[in-house]
Write a protein that binds this ligand. Sequence first.
Ligand SMILES: *Cc1c(COP(=O)(O)O)cnc(C)c1O
Length: 353
Amino acid sequence: MSRFWSPIVHSLTPYTPGEQVAMPKLVKLNTNENPYGPSPQAIAAMREAVADQLRLYPDPNASALKEALAGHFGLARDQVFVGNSSDEVLAHTFQALLKHEQPLLCPDISYSFYPTYCSLYDIDYRVVPLNADFEIDVADYAQPGGAIIIANPNAPTGRALALDQIEALLAAHPDQVVVVDEAYVDFGGASAAALIPRFDNLLVIQTFSKSRSLAGLRVGYALGHAELIAGLERVKNSFNCYPLGQVAIAGAVAALQDSAYFEQTRGAIIATREALSERMAAMGFEVLPSKTNFIFVRHPAHAAVALAAALRQRAILVRHFKQARIEQFLRISIGTDAECAQLVAALDEILAG
Ligand SMILES: *Cc1c(COP(=O)(O)O)cnc(C)c1O
């Protein structure tokens, strides 16, 4: 607390990211990082960009990246927005598109940054509970609201909605923006990007952090109707004209182009996820069906907090959320097969003891 703070600062509830700790031989399954490195082609492109023109400001429009994304998704360049991480893209989205007379609707259990942005931008929001199986039921959004935001697949549950459900949601709310945060869509979900030509109220947000393994680079993007994108550009250019440097632009373009590496690594993560889900179920865990690079699990006889602490003693980090309805769950990121084997061995030991 300081008397020098602007009034709003007193009322903010900042987001708490998963911890980044330096422990020897740590098995880090707490922040959904990709266990495989970025594309070697992306690393080479970034090295080259470092030797290049860092003296100069980057292209404020990041045209090379917008062009690559537009080509990838079959969209026009003015249907693409890019930013310094999808968190930043989300922040601009909240400010540019989600503040209306009626409250913003979002799931009760979802990405916990959404309420944080609401407090930052003074946006009124109302939570819509997931059903008893921790699924989004789009029928529950048939209520007054100024806009809607969901994550699909959802976090931290890992559950995905089918595309026809997203389509039903868009069709039911033609006068509200519907934002679909697709941070994990490449691990088995169906992207709503295909619906953009048919729905001018749809904004899809994705990131290079998870499936492209570039969390450290900070590149995210939004796809949608040109008028939605133009609104985001106005906010972005009132905030920071150069959110992406040359290195980030070069790395993201090259990562997008290396589809062989992308397919290989996401395939490995999906295979490991399926094997780990089966193994955890055999140990007595309830495992929600995941379409992401993490699983969300609970054990009927062991408290989540105790399990997380026991794992931590064995240098294995997982994520626990102190939140109603999910306090007995652990969110476990999918690591390499070797890391998941270590997790399983540790859990066998903990459950036996
Ligand atoms: C990880 C994550 C993001 C943030 O991704 P960055 O691009 O690294 O900021 C956004 N939304 C959800 C649901 C996430 O899990």
